[in-house]
Design a binder for this molecule. Structure first.
Ligand SMILES: Cc1cc2nc3c(=O)[nH]c(=O)nc-3n(C[C@H](O)[C@H](O)[C@H](O)COP(=O)(O)OP(=O)(O)OC[C@H]3O[C@@H](n4cnc5c(N)ncnc54)[C@H](O)[C@@H]3O)c2cc1C
Length: 324
C-alpha cells in the first residue's frame, strides 16, 4: 500500500488550489503529446499557460515552493517527450505580444514564428521571409537559433527579455546571447524567454513575399506531411574547412543505410535520412532507440559522432527550478 508523506499531501493540496484558482490556464495530468509535432509523450503533472510575465513568476514561485521540476515549451517542434510524461510543471509559453516601432519589432516568445513572419511582412518589414514555414514559437526559434537556406534568426535579434527561476527579469543583448549554429546561451540556462526585440529591414516587399511563397512550397515538397516528426533529428556537421558550408548529417545517414531503418512505430522518412517520423503510435523509447541505431551506423561507417538537434524532455528533467 502506498502511504502519502506529509509533503506529498501538501503538494497535492497546493496543486488542487492552484487549479481551482486558475482553472482556465492550469490543468493536472495534462497530455503533452498533442503539444508536440511528434505527437509523442505522456502527461505533465501540471500544465500552465504563460500569457504574461506575472503569471510566469507565479508559476515559477509555485514550482520552487513545492520542489517541482519546471520547464518551458513553445511549439514543441524540437522536442521528444518521455513516454511517462513530465513529473513537474510545464510552462506553455503563450505570450503573443507584437509591437512595431520603425524597423524594430518586439514579439512575445509564444507567438507562432511563422505568424511573426507574416505579420512583419504585413507591417512592411523584410528579413525573416527566408524562414517561412519553420514550425514552432518565436522563443524556440531564438533559443535554438533556427535557420535554413544560409540564414539564421540571430541575424535579426537585438536583445531578449528573460526571467530567472526567482522571477527576476533581465535583458540580454545580442552579444550576450552567444549565438552559434542551432545554439544560444539560453539553451542550457535556467531562464524563461519572455520576449524578443528584432531589428528588421525596409527591403523589397514584393520580392520578400515571393520568397516566402517559394520557401513554403519547398518545405511542402521536402518535409513529411503524412506523418508527425520534429524536423531534422541530428545537427549538421562542422565544416571541414572553417567558413565553408556544414556537411549535411542526412548525407552520411543516407550512405550508412538509415533510410531502411525503423524501430516499433518510428521510422526514418523515406525521402530524408535525417528525419524520424512517427509512422504509427511510436513511443519515445522507439524514437530514442532508432536515433541510437542511426548514430551508431554513422559512427561505424565514418567514425563521426552525430549530435541530436531534437531535445529529449525526461520524466524528471526540466531546467528552471533552482532548489530542486
Ligand atoms: C517539419 C519541420 C521542419 C523544421 N525545419 C527547421 C528548419 O528549417 N530550421 C530549424 O532551425 N529548425 C527546424 N525545425 C525544428 C523546429 O521547428 C525549430 O527548432 C523551432 O524553432 C523550435 O521551436 P519550438 O517553439 O517548437 O520549440 P520547442 O520544441 O517547444 O522547445 C525547444 C527548446 O526550447 C525551450 N523553450 C521553448 N520556448 C522557450 C521559452 N519561451 N523560454 C525558455 N525555453 C524555451 C524548450 O524547453 C526546449 O528545450 C523543423 C521542425 C519540423 C517539425
Amino acid at each position: 500500500m502506498h502511504c502519502e508523506s506529509h509533503s506529498d499531501n501538501s503538494q497535492t493540496e497546493a496543486i488542487a488550489k492552484l487549479i481551482s484558482d486558475y482553472p482556465e490556464i492550469v490543468s493536472a495530468n495534462a497530455p503533452l503529446n498533442e503539444l508536440t509535432t511528434f505527437k509523442i509523450g505522456g502527461p505533465a503533472k501540471l500544465l500552465a499557460s504563460v500569457t504574461n510575465p506575472d503569471n510566469a513568476k507565479m508559476f515559477l514561485q509555485f514550482a520552487n515552493e513545492h520542489a517541482l521540476p519546471a520547464v518551458c515549451i513553445g511549439g514543441g517542434s524540437n522536442l521528444i517527450i518521455d513516454d511517462k510524461g513530465f513529473n513537474g510543471i510545464v510552462l506553455k509559453m503563450d505570450i503573443d505580444l507584437f509591437e512595431v516601432s520603425g524597423s524594430t519589432v518586439t514579439v512575445g516568445s509564444g507567438m507562432v514564428f511563422d505568424t511573426l513572419i507574416a505579420k512583419t511582412l504585413d507591417s512592411g518589414l523584410t528579413g525573416l521571409e527566408f524562414a517561412s514555414g519553420i514550425p514552432g514559437s518565436c522563443g524556440g526559434a531564438v533559443i535554438g537559433n533556427a535557420g535554413c537556406f544560409g540564414h539564421e534568426i540571430s541575424e535579426f535579434v537585438k536583445s531578449v527579455t528573460v526571467m530567472n527561476g526567482l522571477g527576476e527579469i533581465q535583458v540580454i543583448d545580442k552579444n550576450g546571447m552567444q549565438f552559434s549554429y542551432r545554439d544560444s546561451v539560453l539553451k542550457n540556462n535556467p531562464l524563461v524567454l519572455l520576449s524578443i526585440e528584432l531589428l528588421l529591414e525596409e527591403g523589397d516587399l514584393e520580392q520578400a513575399c515571393q520568397t516566402r511563397k517559394d520557401k513554403i512550397e519547398l518545405r511542402r515538397v521536402k518535409h513529411p506531411v503524412e506523418a508527425p516528426c520534429a524536423g531534422s533529428y541530428f545537427k549538421n556537421l562542422e565544416p571541414e574547412i572553417p567558413g565553408e558550408r556544414r556537411r549535411a548529417a542526412g548525407e552520411l545517414l543516407d550512405k550508412a543505410g538509415a533510410l531502411e531503418m525503423s524501430v516499433g512505430g518510428a521510422s526514418v522518412y523515406r525521402k530524408h535520412a535525417n528525419i524520424i517520423i512517427n509512422s504509427g503510435n511510436a513511443t519515445c523509447a522507439d524514437v530514442l532507440q532508432l536515433a541510437d541505431k542511426m548514430q551508431q551506423a554513422v559512427k561505424d561507417k565514418f567514425g563521426v559522432q552525430l549530435i541530436p538537434e531534437v531535445r529529449h524532455l525526461e520524466w524528471n528533467g526540466g531546467n528552471l527550478v533552482i532548489n530542486s
